[in-house]
Structure formats: structure tokens, C-alpha cells
Write a protein that binds this ligand. Structure first.
Ligand code: GLU
Length: 275
């Protein structure tokens, strides 16, 4: 089949072994690319150095190869690209769209913040700090995150924002419900929202296939793309696989890793048939 411009990707976080839910997601991206003669990329989202482990990265590559899901080009390992994420943060900072936030989780919880799609909506405490107070805290070595000033960002982004969701037409975005999201964490000089949008743009991803648990987050991703002038990919959020009791498969609940199925004697074809 002639090569097309379609680029999909599988972007797991190496915090555990892949399970059937990952196989489903990877297979969906791989098939969409291969069916169209496009490209399928593999990206390891390992910016969280406390939860990610190199042995899980190795296991991901091995499990995908065992399944026969081959990827194009080199694997992108996010933890090797902090300088690029820093440059994006710098560009947003220069436009006055970020501010340092010194609050702890406990302080935010104590402020009685309403719940947003990703937890408490930040009450904006540090947005109101004066320049001198900010400088003093930074000089004193207080750890801080960088938050997006949502109101300023919405004013700066050419709106209204929406995205094309496969099978559902265009969905309108409402990033304001997230409040001032964190784009660089205290413990990691970047965040998922920043890195995922940076890399999808940098790698030329045209179709983002991922679980429906990330549907809401797409509103933030579209905002960052609009602010940075990055191209807009299409999206396809798939259902999440569940266990026989209807609970979503998750590493933390001990969903059977692919390698356990493999050790039990299942073939790659049998595992792929299960998803
Ligand atoms: N790294 C994310 C995860 O493992 C997926 C990111 C994405 O596909 O946008 O949940």
C-alpha cells in the first residue's frame, strides 16, 4: 500500500508491565497506521522518575516485539528531552502565561477547592503573589510548580477550541474547568500535558489513539497546541478493557501482565485475539 501521511503512536508510561488494555491500545494504533501505509511510533513517557523504571521500559519493548507490533524509527524516551520541554515552558513564560506555585497538596485541599476533571481546581493562591514575594520564595529555595494561568491562556489562544474525535465529529473544548493546570511539577521539570502535546507535535502525530480516560484531558492539549501554534491531530479515544466484574484493567489492581499470559503458554495470536 502506498505510504500516507498518517502517523499514530503508542505512548505508555513504564510504571509496570503491559497488560491486555495496553495491547488493545497499541494494536489499535498499529493497525490504523499499517492499514493506511502510515507510520506507527513508540514513545516512552517516563518523566516521572519516582514511578518509572528502566526495566519496565525494556519489558515494554520486548512485549510489543513479542506481539509482533513493530514501530517506525527510534523509540522516543521522554526523560532524555527535558531541554526541549524547558524551551516550551520558556516560550509560555515569556508571554506571561505561567506562574510559580509553591502550594502543597495539603494546602490546596485545605482551601476547599472544588473538584475538577483531574482533582481539585487550584484556587489561584500563588497567582496573586507579588513579584517581590515570588522572588523571595524562589531565592529561599522553596520548591515550586509552574501553573498555566488559565484565564490568560484562554485570552491568548485563538478560540473557540475543539477537536475531531473519530466517529463523533467535532467536540467542543472547555479547558477552564481544569483551572490553572500544572505544566511543570515540583519534582519533575515538566508534566504529562506539556510533554504529550510537545511530542505529538514534534513527532508529527496525526491521529492520537488512546484510552477514553484521557478524553477530558484533550481539552488542555488543544489549548497548549493553540498557544504554541502546533498542528492539531485527530483523536480516537477507545473504550477501556474491563475484567469480568466490569472493573477497568489497571496495573495497580494487578491486571494480568502480557508476560504472565506468555509464560502460561499463550501465543501472540491468542493474546491479540483476546483484545
Ligand atoms: N502515557 C500515558 C499513559 O500511559 C498515555 C498518554 C497518551 O496516550 O496520551 O497513560
Amino acid at each position: 500500500m502506498a505510504a500516507t501521511g498518517i502517523v499514530t503512536r503508542f505512548a505508555p508510561s513504564p510504571t509496570g508491565y503491559l497488560h491486555l488494555g495496553h495491547a488493545y491500545s497499541a494494536l489499535a494504533g498499529w493497525r490504523a497506521a499499517r492499514a493506511a501505509g502510515g507510520r506507527f511510533l513508540l514513545r516512552i513517557e517516563d518523566i516521572d522518575r519516582t514511578r518509572c523504571r528502566p526495566e519496565f521500559t525494556e519489558a515494554i519493548l520486548e512485549d510489543l516485539a513479542w506481539l509482533g507490533l513493530d514501530w517506525d524509527g527510534p523509540v522516543r524516551i521522554q526523560s532524555r528531552h527535558f531541554a526541549e520541554y524547558r524551551a516550551t515552558l520558556g516560550a509560555l513564560e515569556a508571554r506571561g502565561l505561567l506562574y510559580p506555585c509553591f502550594c502543597t497538596r495539603a494546602e490546596i485541599a485545605a482551601a476547599g477547592a472544588p473538584q475538577g476533571p483531574e482533582g481539585p481546581v487550584y484556587p489561584g493562591t500563588c497567582r496573586h503573589l507579588g513579584d517581590a514575594a515570588r522572588a523571595a520564595r524562589i531565592a529561599a529555595g522553596a520548591p515550586y510548580a509552574l501553573r498555566l494561568d488559565m484565564a490568560a491562556a484562554l485570552a491568548a489562544a485563538p478560540g473557540p477550541l475543539s477537536f475531531a474525535e473519530q466517529g463523533r465529529g467535532r467536540l467542543a473544548c472547555d479547558p477552564a474547568r481544569f483551572g490553572d493546570v500544572v505544566l511543570a511539577r515540583k519534582d519533575t521539570p515538566a508534566s504529562y500535558h506539556l510533554c504529550v502535546t510537545h511530542d505529538d507535535a514534534f513527532q508529527g502525530v496525526t491521529l492520537v489513539i488512546r484510552g477514553e480516560d484521557l478524553l477530558a484531558a484533550t481539552d488542555i492539549h488543544r489549548l497548549v497546541q493553540a498557544l504554541m501554534g502546533w498542528p492539531e491531530p485527530a483523536y480516537a479515544h477507545h473504550r477501556l478493557l474491563t475484567d469480568p466484574t466490569g472493573r477497568r484493567l489497571a496495573k495497580r489492581d494487578g491486571a494480568q501482565p502480557l508476560r504472565a499470559l506468555r509464560a502460561a503458554g499463550l501465543s501472540p495470536a491468542e493474546v491479540l485475539a483476546m483484545v
